[in-house]
Design a protein around this ligand. Structure first.
Ligand code: GLP
Length: 229
């Protein structure tokens, strides 16, 4: 994996945005969270042409109405979709209101495959080393599946009162199948997770550590997130 450290991640926003325009990047995995907001702002303000791209959100909270204030659909609408031109059929998010979550996950995995697979997955990282909603303990061969969220993750996402107990998420194998991966991390509270992901043993104790095995993965870190490296 490549490690790139910046004083502030905003400095690289436009170069990441540019890389989305690359003709070889057709299918993009998109994260939620506070970390990527600077990137979405840059994409929107630079009027990047994304009409020919296909998007797959990495995960969603479950069960939850898509229009809930805390839903990942509301997040991506507010931060990206409401401001860009895109083809509705080319935007995918797991249905947080699905009656049968297992079928929903199977269909999502199939939709990713039939789109040709993910060219670029953009990830954040949780304080416990989770990527998407793959919490510690998630096996390396996991595909899109339902997970029980840890209290820490629910609190970080908006609090135990607002956030449901489960999530639907691309698995570790789904993410590792992406041809290129960018992981973004900022802030001191991510330093330990970043250290474990980069320097720690490859283990499901820190799901992000599996990225050490990926052939084309870059970590974009601010100085605080990189402070233990
Ligand atoms: C959630 C998302 C993850 C994201 C994480 C970090 O748990 N499911 O995909 O990486 O939050 O969020 P933040 O960037 O707000 O720290």
């Amino acid at each position: 994996m490549k490690i790139k450290i910046y004083k502030n991640l905003v400095y690289i926003a436009s170069s990441i945005t540019k890389s989305l325009e690359d003709n070889k990047i057709c299918v993009i995995g998109l994260p939620t969270g506070n970390t990527p907001i600077f990137l979405y702002k840059n994409i929107v303000s630079s009027k990047t042409f994304l009409k020919s791209k296909t998007f797959f959100m990495l995960d969603c909270l479950y069960p939850q109405k898509p229009e809930d204030t805390y839903s990942y659909y509301s997040f991506i609408r507010k931060n990206l979709l409401d401001h860009i031109a895109f083809k509705k059929n080319n935007f995918h998010i797991l249905n947080s209101d699905a009656k049968d979550p297992d079928t929903e996950c199977r269909n999502y995995e199939m939709a990713i495959k039939s789109s040709g697979g993910i060219d670029l997955a953009i990830l954040g990282i949780g304080q416990n080393g989770h990527i998407a909603f793959n919490e510690p303990g998630t096996p390396e061969d996991s595909v899109t599946h339902m997970v029980k969220l840890s209290d820490q993750t629910r609190i970080a996402n908006g609090g135990l009162d607002n956030i449901p107990e489960y999530g639907l998420t691309m698995g570790i194998k789904t993410i590792m199948s992406a041809r290129k991966i960018f992981l973004l991390a900022k802030g001191k509270n991510k330093a330990k997770a970043v250290y474990d992901a980069v320097k720690g043993p490859i283990s499901s104790d820190c799901p992000a550590s599996f990225l050490q095995k990926h052939p084309d993965c870059t970590f974009f870190l601010d100085a605080d997130a990189a402070s233990l490296l």
